[in-house]
Design a protein around this ligand. Structure first.
Ligand SMILES: [Zn+2]
Length: 343
C-alpha cells in the first residue's frame, strides 16, 4: 500500500468507526420529571432510549430503584446486542462533591442532601460509576457529539426553570476544586436586583429563569395594556415557551421580554469572555429555540462592550443535542472518564 493509500485508509477508519472499534456505556440523566436512559456509543449513537416519569419528591430510595430498573434493562439489551457496557454515567441535578461521589445538595429533590449516590449505585451494580452534575454531563455530550465538537474551550449555559452552567477547558470538563464550578446562574449581574434563594441579590437565574421571564411578561403586559398573543393566556398559565413562540411571531411584549433577557445574559457573557477567553458560548434549553429575538439581543450587548483581551467576536451558538444531551453526556463520561477530574 502506498503512503497515500495508507493515509486515506486511516482517514476512512476515523470517519466511519468500524463495529469492533465501537464501545458502549449506559447513560442515565435524572431530571425533575423523568429519568432518561440509553446505551451510548463512542460514535454518539443512543440506542434503547427510554424516558421514565419520576416523582422528584419521592425520596432517594424510589429514585435509586428507578435507576436500578433502567440499568438492568439496558444490561439485558446490551447482552442481546452482544456488547459489553464500559460503565454507567449518571447526570443529576444539584451540586456534586466529586471526590466523595456524593450529592452535596439538590434543592429540588427531597432527601438528597449529602447523599452517597456513587456508593449506593456501586453496591447495586458491577459497573464503574461516573457521577456528574446534569449540566456538566450535557456539556460533555455537546463536547463529544454536538455543537462543542470543534471546540476545546467553551462555556455552556442551559436556560430552563433554573439557569445551569458548565465549563469545558482544554477539551475537558472543568469542575473546580471540589466539583462545584460552573454556577453561572448565580453570577450577580444586578446588585440591586431581586433576592435569590442562594442569599444574593440579582443573580442571573433570578433575572432570566423561567419564573422571572413569566413575571416580567405579566408586568409588561399590564404596563402596555396591549392585546397580543400573550394576552390570550391567563397570566398564571403563561410559560417561557409561549413567550419564545410569541416573540418569533413578532409579538412586541414577548420581544421586549427576550430583549431584556438577552441583555442580562450578554452582561454575564462579557465577564465570562473576559475571564475565560473561550472559543465559543453554547446556549441550550427550550427558550434558546426562540432564536434571533434572543440571540440578537445577547450579541448586541456583548458587541457594545469593549473586551479587555480579544478583538475577535466570540461565537454564541445554540446547543444541538436537545433533550438527549444529558444521556449522551452521561454515557460519554463513562466511556472517557479522563474527560472529568473525577477519581
Ligand atoms: Zn443566586
Amino acid at each position: 500500500m502506498s503512503w497515500e493509500e495508507e493515509s486515506i485508509a486511516v482517514a476512512e477508519q476515523k470517519e466511519g468507526m468500524s463495529e469492533e472499534d465501537l464501545r458502549w456505556a449506559i447513560g442515565l440523566d435524572l431530571g425533575g420529571s423523568a429519568l432518561k436512559a440509553g446505551l451510548v456509543g463512542t460514535d454518539g449513537s443512543i440506542t434503547d432510549f427510554e424516558r421514565t416519569p419520576i416523582d422528584r419528591l419521592a425520596g432517594p430510595q424510589s429514585l435509586l430503584e428507578a435507576m436500578e430498573v433502567e440499568i438492568s434493562r439496558l444490561t439485558g439489551q446490551a447482552v442481546m446486542r452482544g456488547i459489553e457496557p464500559a460503565g454507567v454515567g449518571v447526570g443529576c441535578p444539584g451540586s456534586i462533591e466529586r471526590a466523595r461521589g456524593r450529592i452535596h445538595k439538590s434543592p429540588n429533590f427531597r432527601g438528597w442532601e449529602d447523599f452517597p449516590l456513587r456508593d449506593r449505585l456501586t453496591r447495586m451494580t458491577n459497573y464503574p460509576i461516573c457521577l456528574a452534575n446534569d449540566v456538566n454531563a450535557a456539556a460533555v455530550g455537546e463536547l463529544k457529539f454536538g455543537a462543542g465538537e470543534d471546540y476545546d474551550n467553551f462555556v455552556m449555559i442551559t436556560l430552563g426553570t433554573g439557569v445551569g452552567g458548565a465549563l469545558v477547558i482544554g477539551g475537558r470538563l472543568y469542575d473546580g476544586a471540589e466539583g462545584f464550578a460552573g454556577e453561572i446562574g448565580h453570577m450577580v449581574v444586578d446588585p440591586d436586583g431581586p433576592e435569590c434563594p442562594c442569599g444574593n441579590r440579582g443573580c442571573l437565574e433570578r433575572l432570566v429563569g423561567a419564573e422571572a421571564l413569566v413575571e416580567r411578561a405579566v408586568v409588561l403586559l399590564e404596563e402596555s395594556g396591549q392585546q397580543g398573543i400573550l394576552t390570550s393566556f391567563p397570566p398564571d398559565e403563561l410559560t417561557p415557551q409561549q413567550i419564545g413562540l410569541a416573540a418569533l411571531d413578532g409579538d412586541s411584549v414577548a420581544r421586549d421580554v427576550l430583549t431584556e433577557m438577552g441583555r442580562w445574559l450578554g452582561l454575564a457573557f462579557i465577564s465570562l469572555i473576559n475571564v475565560l477567553d473561550p472559543d465559543c458560548i453554547l446556549v441550550g434549553g427550550g427558550i434558546a429555540q426562540a432564536g434571533p429575538p434572543l440571540f440578537d439581543a445577547i450579541r448586541r450587548t456583548v458587541g457594545d462592550h469593549p473586551m479587555s483581551g480579544t478583538a475577535r467576536v466570540v461565537p454564541i451558538v445554540t446547543a444541538t443535542l436537545g433533550p438527549r444531551a444529558g444521556t449522551a453526556g452521561a454515557g460519554a463520561l463513562a466511556l472517557w472518564p479522563e474527560l472529568t477530574s473525577a477519581p
